[in-house]
Design a protein. Sequence first.
Length: 492
Amino acid sequence: MPKNHEEAPVLDALAAYRQQGELGFTPPGHKQARGAATEVRAVLGDAVFLGDVLASGGLDDRRMKSGVLQRAEDLMADAVHAEHAFFSTCGSSLSVKAAMLSVAAHGQKLLVGRDAHKSVVSGLILSGIQPVWVEPQWDTERHLAHPPSAEAYERAFEEHPDAKGALVTSPTPYGVAADLRAIAEVCHRRSRPLVVDEAWGAHLPFHPDLPTWAMDAGADVCVTSIHKMGSGLEQGSVFHLRGDLIDHDTLASRADLLGTTSPSVLLYAGMDGWRRQMALEGRTLMSRALALAASVREEIESIDGMHVNDRDDFCGPGAGSEFDPLPVVIDIAELGVSGYLAADWLREHHHVDTHLMDHRRISTQLTHADDAETTKRLMTALHDLARQAPSLPRGPEVAVLAPPELRMEQARLPRDAYFHGTEDVPVEHAVGRVAAEMITPYPPGIPVVLPGERLTEPVLRYLLTGLEAGMNLPDPADPQLRTVRVCADEDA
């Protein structure tokens, strides 16, 4: 029977909760905003507190007999061509871990693209899964990584036939998508599942001019962040399942193992409402967003010193397979300022926040929520940046690495190194030592250093010069890299 996508079970249940005058002698302790501080209510508004109820024994009864969440997840799965959908209020960082733990276990192998997000590495640390790293496709001219090719996964399976499955990140934060159909075929020929970290692709099912949605490409599980390109609240994530290579109950159990027992109904409501919005209006909304992005990209391209990376830059032999134009990635190398400096300048002088920044690029992400007003402010700020660039400080130069220099020896498994005895050594003494922590430029959150890798001088020089230029490294014990956390024994 066709699903009725005009329904929004979570939102409807929240409305009923208020209409029926439910009175909870349960958490949350603010009791429908009554206990919240006046100053807090003034900033957040009462709607936040009114939507913050227990999922079990609030939104639904204590045994969840109304099936509110289950109905919302079923509608989500139907909207995006999946067999099952699982809501997560702990972000895709949790969702991808649940997927990994459903495919492989401690000591077993999993093929993983080395351009994976730090949440994937965290999953390796927690699980003890042995990663078989699959190299991205490197653009040596632009110093950028694109998703690994299907041929790279084929070679990895040939060398490691005991690998339990594969994980690929697609699209990247730069909007570049892998050839998911070909990678899925490589996996399924061996009866191995494919997990796609599609955190940046929640919008993909809703327009044919966007990259192929992982479920349509044959993936077994895909993980999406509804808050990134959709209308959900931060931390709202959905992971989707198709086929029989990953057991539904196992995936649900892994999610329960990692997830909170106090999920936010606010996040459920955001995901439920976004699904209804996209099921009913998605194609129209995305058509409008794509048209807006095309005009914005064209105007930025006309600014002296700025180049908008497009399909021709990012796709083709040795590069990506498909391209999402909504992450508007601007190469500003000709302006002579770094992306770090440009991002800080745009925030300080125009109150415009860019998403990604690196030694030569900024990314100004558009979604269906943008319009002529928001993009006009963006264009005003970018034109001003171009005018002011000659007078801005040049800043220190980042010692960008060639791909062979970027890869270090994996001397220990990530889990073994992370939980090993550690010591903090001065960075100048860290070369040759085995890292016991992640070191991750953020955003986008792809680690340069993983626990278990033997540190090299070029990698440390890249990170130190990046820091000096404005790179953000939030996860090492010393974010300024005066010291590095390494395995305690010298002969690791």
